[in-house]
Design a protein around this ligand. Structure first.
Ligand code: XMP
Length: 514
């Protein structure tokens, strides 16, 4: 891609993807690379700027992640954040040592607004600090541009060489003017003009897909989730009915979801493509009968998906390209991008290529973060309802029903979940909570309804806020909203007489219940 770009050099800190996302919010394309990346490779990429991230180590310790001094001599502006700031000083001859006082949390920082980095920033501004080492002496040629009560060097700069160091984390929203600081760096210091926009991304991608595919046949496994939907629409705009989408309804979708997907992508929808819906509900329920162990359930659901898809693909015959909805965090997390360990193995992607006769994979969203996928979706006119759909796991309701999955239990959880989602939307909370859903516990208890004794299931409501889905906090939902959901579920969903709200964070819990 011929884009002006900034690169993020990853030293293993927890906010690294966030740095890249914030830079992209300034309309500047940004990619993450491990600190082990060769300097030559970095030069070849010709970045307009380099950002060194935070990290958990002490830069003066033996074996700590480091970088070559030459990185600071390329004539490319460099911004070091937290560990990156300390490393910059350490490598260039300043001094970093254990701080007498560890700083953690929101901290008032006094900045020199004459610094290009702090242009338009308030003189006293709240920033997010998280460090146990500190810069006790800046390297030659640097001047101090910010400090706190406990931290003499909260920021420093060498404007002759375009080197900037910040001890705090501008990428975190707790740093109130952090986005402005990053904007100042990428747009003003690095001189990026801001060409990264979703409208031009969509336009260019469509052109590239057309060129790549030619007259070829393309197959896409459509789940109805945001990523595969956006990928499918992009392909359909590029190559029309050379595309076939296979949508497997495994009977573990949310209420009415199968029909909604068909409405958009099926023959009556606005897109030109071949759409195949496979109603495999009964097949799934019979495979899942009597199975209670979560991993066994996941395996069955995953394998069955491949079987069904394979059967459909065979009917279509050899295809030239297979579409996958891989997005940038998948690339980073699978170890191809930054420094993060391989964390997830449960993506929808993977698996399929071994089973389908195709020549090449197309991953049109490979460079995008989730929020950018959504923007691209809106740009192409995909309905908001679909674009802002909750993340939904491949195994679907199968892992939101504790224990055995039956058609009856699926119905219960679908109804309860639909009520929950409706009320969350009514309360205007639908776009502010990361992920929320109803699950069915495996517990039945005694209740009373009218004058009758009941012995029914308990539904658990879950709502979490999360940055990266690796950790999560339960969301605070007003009590009256929860009460309304509870009373509607009890009244409207047969087979339920108790509703719980799950307060567990992740860790120790996971987001899904199985
Ligand atoms: P957990 O339950 O692992 O969920 O805390 C983290 C995020 O991943 C989603 N999830 C899955 N997504 N296939 C998927 O495509 C799966 O098997 C799967 N399991 C969990 C979950 O919804 C949450 O967003």
């Amino acid at each position: 891609m011929n884009q002006e770009k900034v690169i993020v050099v990853d030293f293993g800190g927890q906010y690294n993807q966030l740095v890249a996302r914030r830079v992209r919010e300034c309309n500047v394309y940004c990619e993450i690379y491990s600190y082990k990346t060769d300097l030559e490779k970095i030069k070849e990429m010709n970045p307009k700027g380099i950002i060194l991230t935070g990290g958990p180590n002490s830069c003066y310790e033996k074996g700590a992640p480091t970088c070559q001094k030459e990185l600071f001599e390329l004539g490319i502006p460099v911004l070091g954040l937290c560990y990156g700031a300390q490393l910059m000083m350490h490598v260039l001859g300043g001094k970093v040592e254990k701080a007498p006082v560890r700083e953690y949390g929101k901290t008032e920082v006094k900045v020199n607004t004459a610094s290009p980095l702090f242009s338009d920033v308030s003189e006293k501004t709240i920033c997010w600090m998280s460090h146990f080492d500190y810069i006790s002496k800046v390297a030659d040629g640097f001047e101090i541009t910010a400090n706190t009560a406990d931290c003499p060097v909260a920021a420093a700069q060498n404007t002759d060489k375009n080197l900037y160091a910040i001890q705090f984390h501008p990428e975190v929203l707790h740093t109130q003017e952090g986005t402005k600081m990053l904007y100042n760096f990428v747009r003003n210091v690095c001189g990026c003009s801001g060409t990264w926009r979703m409208d031009s991304f969509v336009e260019n991608s469509i052109k590239e897909i057309r060129k790549k595919v030619g007259n070829g046949k393309v197959l896409c496994a459509l789940s109805g989730g945001v990523d595969s939907s956006v990928a499918a629409v992009m392909l359909s705009k590029a190559i029309g009915n050379q595309l076939t989408c296979v949508f497997v309804d495994h009977g573990l979708l949310r209420k009415d979801e199968g029909d909604e997907v068909e409405e958009v992508f099926g023959p009556n929808g606005p897109y030109e493509l071949n759409f195949i819906r496979v109603n495999a509900q009964d097949r799934y329920y019979s495979k899942l009968a009597g199975v209670t162990e979560p991993e066994a359930k996941r395996k069955i659901i995953g394998e069955e998906f491949i079987r069904v898809f394979e059967e459909e693909a065979k009917k279509i015959g050899a295809v030239d390209f297979l579409v996958q909805g891989t997005i940038y965090p998948d690339v980073v997390e699978s170890g191809l991008g930054g420094e993060s360990a391989v964390i997830k193995s449960h993506h929808n992607v993977g698996g399929l290529p071994d089973y389908v006769d195709f020549k090449e994979i197309i991953e049109p969203l490979r460079d995008l973060f989730k929020d950018e996928v959504r923007k691209a979706g809106l740009e192409m006119g995909i309905p908001e309802k679909l674009v802002f759909r909750q993340p939904f796991p491949g195994p679907g309701l199968g892992i939101r029903i504790i224990g055995e999955v039956t058609a009856e239990k699926v119905k219960i959880v679908q109804e309860a979940d639909a009520i929950y989602r409706e009320e969350i939307a009514n309360a205007g909370l639908d776009k502010s909570i990361g992920q929320y859903f109803a699950a069915l516990t495996n517990m039945r208890s005694v209740g009373v309804m009218g004058d009758e004794r009941t012995y029914d299931y308990a539904v658990a409501l879950r709502a979490v806020n999360t940055i990266d889905f690796m950790t999560a906090e339960s969301a605070e939902i007003p009590f009256d909203v929860l009460q309304k959901v509870m009373s509607r579920i009890i009244n409207e969903v047969r087979g339920v007489n108790r509703v719980f709200y799950d307060l567990t964070s992740k860790p120790p819990g996971t987001i899904e219940v199985e």
